[in-house]
Design a protein around this ligand. Structure first.
Ligand SMILES: [Mn+2]
Length: 296
C-alpha cells in the first residue's frame, strides 16, 4: 500500500496509477524514462521528453474506447529515470541495454520513454539477447543509417545502423536521408518505406507486416509523425504520417505479430505546444494496449 494515510494524492508514474496497479512485482509492463539527449545535433530538448510524457499521461483515461479495455489493469510500473552516462552514447546505449535486460528477465513488456533515438540500439540489443528471432519496425523520418557521425558510431544518426548490426529491421516513414544511407539501403537490401507510401492503408500495412518476423520490437522517433501534429521534435520533417495511419499500422502489427518491446523517443516538449506531450503519452499508452491486448 502507499503511505498517503488516506489523503488523495497524484502518484508520479505513467497514468498516475495507484500502488496496486503500478507495483513492479504485479505489473505486466515496465516503462523506463531515459532523459538523455547528448548527441542531438540540431535542437536539444529530448531530455525533457520522459517527464513531459509522464505528466501528460495524468490526463489520459485509463479506459481505451478503441479496444474496450482498461489498459491500467495489466499493471504498468514506471521505473525511476535512468541516469545519463556522460562517457558517451555507446556507454549510454549499454546502460539502457542493462536496464531493459533486467526487466526482460522478470518477464515484463518493456517500453523506453526517450530521450534521443540512439537509445533504441541498447534496448534492441537487450531484446535480441532474449528473442533470437527478433525484427525491428523502425518508424522515423530519417534513416539513421550513418556508420559514424560527428565522431561517434552510437549517436542519433546511427541508431538504425547499430540495430541492423544485430537483427533485421524495416524502416517506415522515411523522407530524409544522405547519399551514404541511400547506398546502404540499396546494397544491403534493407526494407525501407518512404512516406507517403502511395499505397492504400491496408496494402501498405500488409507490405510492412509481411517483412516482420513473429516477434517485433517497435522503435518510434516521433518525427515520423507530420510536424503539423508533432512539432515538438529535434528535427521536424514535413510530410509525415498521421495519427490514424501510425496507430492503424501498430494495431495491425499487434494483431498478426507479437510486439515484445518498444521505445518512443525524441519528444522535445519545449519545441511545441503541450498537446505534443499528450500525443506522445497516448502513443505509449496505445503501444502497451496493443502489445498486451492481442498477446496470449
Ligand atoms: Mn528522426
Amino acid at each position: 500500500m502507499s503511505d498517503s494515510g488516506g489523503i488523495p494524492e497524484i502518484p508520479y508514474n505513467f497514468l498516475s496509477l495507484p500502488y496496486e496497479q503500478s507495483r513492479l512485482d504485479l505489473a505486466r509492463a515496465v516503462l523506463i524514462p531515459v532523459p538523455y539527449d547528448s548527441t542531438t545535433s540540431f535542437r536539444s530538448g529530448a531530455r525533457d521528453g520522459p517527464n513531459a510524457m509522464i505528466l501528460a499521461s495524468n490526463g489520459l483515461e485509463d479506459y481505451d474506447a478503441e479496444l474496450d479495455l482498461d489498459v491500467s489493469l495489466v499493471g504498468i510500473n514506471t521505473t525511476a529515470a535512468l541516469e545519463p552516462h556522460m562517457g558517451g552514447p555507446e556507454h549510454m546505449a549499454q546502460r539502457v541495454r542493462s536496464a531493459v535486460a533486467r526487466y526482460l528477465a522478470m518477464g515484463k513488456l518493456v517500453g523506453v520513454m526517450g530521450g534521443e533515438h540512439s537509445l533504441a540500439a541498447g534496448a534492441v540489443q537487450a531484446h535480441a539477447d532474449v528473442y533470437p528471432d527478433l525484427s525491428v519496425l523502425y518508424l522515423d523520418a530519417h534513416a539513421d543509417l550513418r556508420d559514424e557521425y560527428m565522431g561517434t558510431c552510437w549517436g542519433h544518426a546511427s541508431g538504425a545502423r547499430r540495430i541492423h548490426d544485430v537483427c533485421p529491421l524495416v524502416l517506415v516513414g522515411l523522407r530524409s536521408m544522405s547519399q551514404e544511407e541511400s547506398d546502404y539501403i540499396r546494397v544491403n537490401a534493407v526494407p525501407a518505406f518512404t512516406w507517403p507510401s502511395g499505397l492504400d492503408h491496408a496494402a501498405f500495412n500488409r507490405g510492412v507486416i509481411d517483412l516482420l518476423s513473429p516477434r517485433v520490437y517497435i522503435s518510434i522517433d516521433l518525427d515520423v509523425l507530420d510536424p503539423a501534429l508533432m512539432p515538438a521534435v529535434g528535427t521536424p520533417e514535413p510530410g509525415g504520417m498521421g495519427w490514424d495511419q501510425l496507430t492503424g499500422l501498430l494495431k495491425e502489427v499487434a494483431r498478426s505479430r507479437r510486439i515484445v518491446g518498444f521505445d518512443v523517443c525524441e519528444l522535445s516538449p519545449g519545441d511545441g505546444p503541450p498537446a505534443c506531450s499528450y500525443t506522445a503519452a497516448k502513443l505509449v499508452y496505445k503501444l502497451v494496449a496493443y502489445a498486451t491486448a492481442f498477446s496470449d
